[in-house]
Design a protein around this ligand. Structure first.
Ligand SMILES: [Zn+2]
Length: 503
């Protein structure tokens, strides 16, 4: 071929590839499994049978049946080549089964429970509540869920205390600042798309689902952990109705994987945190702080300096300052209408400050026993809970209770699992710990002014309110718990994965 012709052919090939991508990238995933009919086989008024077509000929190939009326499919009837009936009740699971854990970032418990009640996701038990970490942000929550080493900061963009400079950011997800939890994931959205999430949420969501489906199908791993990041982005910018509608694509995706494995896998699906579903706006903290003698800057230059990395549009923010200003700033910020409370470490005790008063959390026995002591007022509204705990003998004479007793007593509280969450939130999770953390009220966020100009935020998370703190979990077998702390969910999985990674 002559060189000119060769170059022309190359250009043509490249431009048609570009055009193809432009037109088809991020289109809805074409699923192979279609639900033809849902019916009530035993006539008790509840859907118990799902007829599926897997060969796109409009004929039933597989029937999913709930035989015991608990709402979860426990029998598969396969039509080809001959009729085969499989027990998928998950009651007797074998050690050799493949394991799949899928995190749907930011999907609230209430949403998944509602979809399940409508008859979706029935390969799984009815969802339970999974209580997140504080701040209810993915980097922190996934670190806790996957039991990995500390992340550098609370979000992708963070403050490097030693370098006294802002580091990370959208570009760094590509160059990959070390986020230890990423190493524990077998699938995650490429960093570049995370940065674009506020711009093209829908296309990125579809591309994410399609990419995960392809990668998982190509994998032979006996244990696989996937993180679907884009569910959180669509939740941020869409109404709840629009969001629920898009979640039906995940119902189909998960069913397709389940059917491909003939239900013979240990399948757990969960979210790392919830979402507020409350339209929220950015607060002008910078001006507020200037009015009170501080200056928001990108490094700590003087005693006036305050550094707040502004990234995702979220409901909690880390504040860095000179140590002697911590308490003063914590009190000052609670005068802002958007701030619910602030919290910081003073010596060994965690201080909580809000317009409703102050309190302290202290730990004993390496954090096994925790105490919440109101100093004046009751910023976390826990006094009545504690009265019940006293009646049930769960608080000792000094006011300490075990981690699990605090969890059991407060997991459904307006500030979910507050005592555990604040203790770990202030002392753990990140290597560049903030001087103080501010938890905002629903309806407000802080973050990048650039992102803020791009979108109307219909939901966010990050704060300690139960909507943000309450994710879901569900599995394709019986569920021993209705409510769990995020740190408990994958405890056994980690050993399975580390054995495999060591191979
Ligand atoms: Zn988010």
């Amino acid at each position: 071929m002559r060189p000119k012709l060769f170059v022309a052919a190359l250009v043509l090939l490249f431009s048609s590839w570009m055009l193809y991508n432009l037109l088809f990238w991020g289109r809805p995933v074409p699923f192979n499994v279609q639900t033809l009919q849902r019916s009530d086989r035993n006539g008790d008024g509840v859907i118990d049978t799902w007829q599926l077509d897997t060969s796109q000929d409009g004929q039933t190939d597989i029937v999913e049946i709930d035989t015991d009326g608990d709402g979860r499919i426990d029998r598969l009837q396969l039509g080809h080549p001959k009729i085969e009936v499989l027990d998928v009740s998950g009651r007797k699971t074998e050690a050799a089964r493949r394991k799949l854990a899928v995190c749907l970032d930011g999907v609230p418990y209430e949403d998944m429970a509602e979809l399940w009640d409508q008859g979706y996701f029935r390969e799984f038990s009815r969802p339970g509540k999974l209580i997140s970490a504080f701040p209810s942000l993915s980097d922190v929550a996934l670190t806790e869920l996957l039991h990995t080493e500390k992340v550098p900061g609370y979000e992708n963009l963070y403050f490097d205390v030693r370098q006294n400079a802002i580091a990370g950011g959208a570009a760094s997800t590509v160059s990959k600042v070390r986020m230890p939890y990423l190493d524990a994931l077998n699938y995650d959205e490429p960093g570049i798309f995370k940065g674009l999430a506020y711009l093209l949420p829908l296309r990125i969501y579809h591309a994410d689902l399609g990419r995960f489906r392809k990668r998982y199908a190509a994998s032979q791993r006996p244990a696989y952990v996937a993180h679907i990041c884009s569910t959180d982005s669509i939740c941020h910018v869409l109404s709840r109705e629009q969001f629920l509608k898009l979640m039906l694509e995940l119902d189909r995706l998960l069913r397709e994987i389940y059917i491909q494995q003939k239900g013979q896998l240990d399948f757990v699906v969960f979210s790392d945190h919830g979402n507020s579903h409350v339209t929220n706006r950015r607060i002008d903290l910078d001006r507020f702080l200037v009015q009170h003698g501080f200056q928001v800057e990108s490094s700590i230059r003087s005693e006036k300096s305050v550094v707040i990395p502004a990234f995702g549009l979220v409901g909690a923010l880390p504040v860095y300052c000179q140590a002697q200003n911590t308490g003063r700033l914590a009190r000052l910020l609670t005068n802002h209408e958007a701030v619910d409370f602030t919290t910081y470490l003073e010596g060994d005790s965690i201080q909580i400050v809000s317009a409703a008063g102050t309190a302290a959390i202290t730990a004993k026995d390496f954090g096994e026993l925790l105490r919440y002591a109101p100093v004046d007022g009751d910023p976390l509204h826990l006094k009545s809970v504690m009265r019940r705990m006293v009646e049930q003998d769960q608080l000792n004479a000094e006011g300490f209770a075990s981690k699990s007793n605090w969890f059991a007593a407060t997991a459904g509280h307006e500030y979910a699992d507050a005592v555990n969450a604040l203790y770990h939130g202030v002392t753990n999770h990140v290597s560049n710990r903030a001087n103080l953390l501010a938890s905002l009220k629903d309806g407000y966020h802080y973050g990048s002014p650039f992102f803020d100009r791009l979108v109307t935020m219909r939901s966010t998370h990050g704060n300690l309110r139960s909507t943000s703190m309450t994710g879901f979990f569900m599995c394709n077998g019986p569920m021993p718990h209705a409510i769990l702390p995020a740190r408990e969910l994958l405890k056994d999985w980690q050993s399975a994965n580390s054995i495999e990674n060591a191979r």
